[in-house]
Ligand binder design. Structure first.
Ligand SMILES: CC(C)(COP(=O)(O)OP(=O)(O)OC[C@H]1O[C@@H](n2cnc3c(N)ncnc32)[C@H](O)[C@@H]1OP(=O)(O)O)[C@@H](O)C(=O)NCCC(=O)NCCS
Length: 152
């Protein structure tokens, strides 16, 4: 089972984030997010060497994935899906009726993960993410969290 993230995991999560994204969030950024109202997260793997984690935020009856990542060497083993499932279940149990996220159009792995999970595209933000000297659009995706959906 994914475990809830606490403050003590911040240094390990920052290291993992840096392995997974070009624009890494440092320890201060992750600690700052975790201290914000409504922010929650789950991690997978040993406390000392997490294999993946998700951070999300609840607010206004909805929830939003802030980041999700799995260590490069450990992908395609179902961890991303498990983390998404934990975040969606927690958001639903906390009263949210929808889960949103933004994903770059040039990220086929994440797009496929979200599509298979049941997210649908509800908007495009042109030139949202930097890619060197150019930019790429983000898609906004939404998952209906009505209690009838199966999250097991
Ligand atoms: C996106 C990410 C979190 C997926 O994590 P993961 O643990 O590899 O995902 P899972 O093993 O749970 O994959 C579940 C399904 O998603 C799809 N998927 C995942 N990675 C894929 C890939 N590289 N290519 C195609 N489909 C993929 C598949 O349908 C997969 O099911 P399958 O393996 O049975 O075919 C991971 O690739 C990652 O950390 N990427 C870098 C960070 C990132 O881009 N985060 C998302 C930002 S919006």
């Amino acid at each position: 089972m994914p475990r809830a993230i606490g403050k003590s995991s911040v240094p390990q999560l920052a290291r993992l984030h840096a392995l997974c994204f070009e624009e890494a969030w440092g320890e201060a950024a992750i600690a700052g997010l975790l201290a914000m109202p409504g922010v929650f997260g789950f991690m997978w793997g040993p406390e000392a060497a997490p294999e993946g984690f998700v951070l999300a935020r609840l607010g206004g009856g909805e929830a939003e994935i802030l980041t999700i990542c799995v260590a490069p060497a450990l992908r395609r083993a179902g961890t991303g899906r498990l983390l998404l499932q934990a975040a969606a279940a927690y958001a639903l149990a906390s009263g949210a009726d929808a889960l949103f996220l933004e994903v770059a159009e040039d990220n086929p792995a994440a797009l496929r993960l979200y599509e298979r999970f049941g997210f649908t595209s509800v908007g495009i933000r042109p030139a949202y993410y930097a890619r060197g000297t150019s930019r790429v659009a983000a898609r906004t995706l939404r998952l209906d969290l009505s209690p009838s959906i199966a999250l097991s």
